[in-house]
Design a protein around this ligand. Structure first.
Ligand code: GAR
Length: 212
């Protein structure tokens, strides 16, 4: 069974969804860069070892990432999943975990990389928004895509309403992506593409707003 380490910075709703999903892997540890991350309590409740590597204790990104890698490597993970981990990682760190480091992002990448994705989507008036699970590469939020979910943006949406609709899908697709990784059904190939070995595909189109 593969080992997975999950990195968080806050609330931990994705972590909770992953715990609920009963993944075919062992969650070896949950690591946070903030001691006050609510997700740490969720991990503890499930008897999962937790660690804090506080970024504020380090002078620069390199020294933080070196300390973080040392803690991660102690758990010998096959997969490292960023679940609301809000630190930019150095190229050295990302390269060390090539093909094993994944992230969930609250937009349909490559649109809306970075922060405030829901507010920016509303401001632009896009009619479809969503979330993405991707392999992490040094190119921030632009690594090879494993799975995405699209949701409609509704007429009277607030940022909170849209965020909640996207988050529900995050919880579903992150579990699916990790399940594929655990079973070697998705790999990052030598051409730098996410290759999926599964047969089911959906030809379903989301039209938003709906046709009349
Ligand atoms: C999630 O929406 C996740 O996609 C986002 O932070 C939130 C964490 O929520 N991640 C990023 O924006 C990474 N760039 P959670 O702590 O409840 O899982």
């Amino acid at each position: 069974m593969k080992n997975i380490v999950i990195l968080i910075s806050g609330r931990g709703s994705n972590l909770q969804a992953l715990l609920k999903a009963r993944l075919p892997c062992r969650i070896a540890a949950v690591i946070s860069n903030r001691a006050d991350a609510e997700g740490l309590a969720i991990a503890k409740m499930h008897g999962i070892p937790t660690e804090v590597v506080a970024h504020r204790d380090y002078m620069d990104r390199d020294s933080f990432d070196t300390a973080l890698a040392k803690i991660i490597d102690g758990y010998q993970p096959d997969i490292i999943a960023l679940a609301g981990f809000m630190r930019i990682l150095t190229a050295t760190f990302v390269t060390r975990y090539h093909g094993r480091l994944i992230n969930i992002h609250p937009s349909l990448l490559p649109a809306y990389s970075g922060l405030d994705t829901h507010a920016r989507a509303l401001r632009d008036g896009v009619k479809i928004h969503g979330c993405t699970v991707h392999f992490v590469t040094p190119d921030l939020d632009h690594g090879p895509i494993i799975i995405q979910a699209a949701v409609p943006v509704l007429r009277d949406d607030t940022e909170q309403a849209l965020a909640a609709r996207v988050l529900r899908e995050e919880h579903r697709i992150y579990a699916q992506a990790i399940r594929w990784l655990c079973k070697d059904k998705v790999i990052l190939n030598e051409q730098g593409q996410a290759k999926l070995r599964h047969r089911k595909q959906s030809g379903f189109a989301l039209v938003s707003p709906g046709l009349e």
